[in-house]
Design a protein. Structure first.
Lengths: 343, 132
């Protein structure tokens, strides 16, 4: 086998979360073989919680268990000194011409797309969600070869199909957003360690000291307070749909389970290896616990939207579970903060 | 979550892909495993679709009763809301709301109808002639 041509080849990577997957696969393509999904997620400070005020998504509360779209790729590349090119377009023709040029050069690129018109997705998953990410890594018989990180295998899209999803409309419209690593310098273990430490510190800051009461660990309390009122305020039917929305944001494909908490636990475990620090892997256990608690709360919520649990006390119990989760996560991040990593 | 506890409940992803989950193996270390799905989240998705179907049905009735225009029905059918439909058509939400009125809809220019039809993936005739 020819080793040279092998390094030129793009390898599909299946991951839990699409943006982690694009980051991991593109950086690996450029020779950063150590890159894994948990590492990309942690260096990019991916863990978060927010209930965005006054906003509804698909007629439910706008809740997210991770940081804003695009941030993971940006931060992870930056902390490794990788220069990134990103472009948005107002004109679909120009967007396609630019993509075709990159494909011709043989450079795999990340694209932000909307899933509503994404033909290979199952119909049940095709809502107007515009922050999905995939990689275009070639062209065959007039179709783009697509590596979608949440899928087991690679797939393909016609030019029209891809153009359509790149110009999906509505909140977070991708506007043909295309991005790829440009210049990569040799990476030392020391740089990886620094990236891990700054990723953890930024995540501690985001979760513990972000202003306002609707984001970070306090955001969980914010939602918990809402849950207590939902049954009286919205009626049982709508309240149960709202709980369903939380569960979907938390457990659906793309999260790795437990609202990304397991993914963060996996990151800390890996980080402990790089940092040679057992304290970090002990804290990893706290996130596993938090993830398990989120899963337990999801089971309880399912009882409501299945119509088995209907009382106000059930909503109170769910709200209390969320407060417990908040305490576990708050303590875990405080422990991380007290390690004074990098000082 | 332990590896042996990872649910394998088939759902809407069945013919599409299995999903990566992060689980603990026997040695207490993290690894990835593939899951077919989980009933808890499947039911959340199902109930979201029940709600969508109900909204579409309500919209259909509203058109049949002459309370709303076809624009409203197709917006619901395509799971859109005002900001999304505004994005696809370039028409401001304030005007879209007016176009929900059957009386205003009747007087819409061909150009506006085309914008809506394109956003809904249907022909202008299908849009104009939808009676609920």
């Amino acid at each position: 086998m020819n080793i040279d041509s092998q390094t030129d080849e793009f390898h599909h990577v299946q991951t839990a979360h699409c943006e982690n997957g694009v980051t991991t696969a593109l950086l690996r393509y450029h020779g950063l073989d150590f890159m894994t999904e948990p590492l990309a997620f942690g260096m990019g400070s991916g863990l978060f919680y927010i209930q965005i005020p006054f906003l509804t998504v698909n007629n439910g509360p706008a809740i997210s268990f991770r940081t804003m779209p695009g941030a993971i790729f940006k931060r992870t590349c930056k902390s490794l000194g990788v220069e990134v090119t990103r472009k948005k377009f107002s004109n679909p023709v120009a967007a396609q011409a630019f993509l075709d040029q990159k494909v011709k050069e043989g450079v795999p690129v990340g694209c932000q797309v909307g899933v509503f018109h994404l033909t290979y997705f199952p119909k049940e998953y095709r809502f107007h969600f515009n922050a999905h990410n995939l990689i275009v890594f070639g062209e065959e018989d007039g179709r783009y070869q697509i590596s979608d990180p949440v899928m087991e295998d690679v797939t393909s899209l016609s030019k029209e199909e891809l153009s359509r999803v790149r110009f999906a409309q509505g909140p977070l419209a991708p506007k043909g957003h295309i991005y790829y690593p440009e210049k990569i310098k040799p990476i030392t273990d020391d740089m990886i360690r620094k990236g891990i430490v700054s990723g953890i510190r930024r995540n501690v800051r985001d979760m513990l000291s972000i202003p306002g009461n609707f984001a970070g660990v306090n955001g969980i309390r914010h939602t918990s307070n809402h849950v207590r009122k939902w049954r009286d305020k919205l009626g049982l039917r709508k309240a149960s749909l709202y709980l369903g929305q939380i569960v979907r944001m938390q457990e659906e494909i793309g999260t790795g389970g437990g609202g990304f908490r397991f993914l963060y636990g996996a990151f800390l475990e890996e980080a402990a290896g790089y940092l040679q620090d057992d304290r970090v892997s002990n804290i990893s256990e706290d996130f596993t616990k938090a993830g398990d608690m989120w899963r337990a709360s999801a089971i309880k919520m399912a009882g409501v939207y299945k119509g088995r649990l209907t009382e106000q006390k059930d909503f109170e119990e769910i709200a209390d579970m969320m407060l417990d989760i908040r305490m576990v996560e708050k303590e875990a991040f405080q422990k991380l903060s007290n390690l004074k990593l990098g000082k | 979550m332990k590896k042996e506890d990872l649910p394998q409940d088939p759902g809407a992803l069945d013919k599409f892909t299995r999903e990566v989950c992060y689980v603990k193996n026997d040695e207490g270390k993290y690894e990835t495993a593939l899951s077919k799905g989980w009933d808890v989240k499947k039911q959340a998705l199902d109930s979201a679709w029940e709600e969508v179907n109900e909204r579409v049905e309500d919209a259909r009735k509203a058109v049949a009763n002459g309370e709303k225009s076809p624009v409203y029905y197709f917006m619901e059918l395509r799971l859109m809301d005002l900001p999304v439909l505004s994005g696809y058509t370039g028409i401001f939400p304030f005007f879209i709301k007016r176009h929900f009125k059957p009386s205003v809809f009747k007087g819409l220019s061909e150009r506006k109808l085309e914008k809506y039809a394109k956003a809904f993936d249907i022909t202008v005739d299908e849009l104009k002639n939808f009676k609920g």
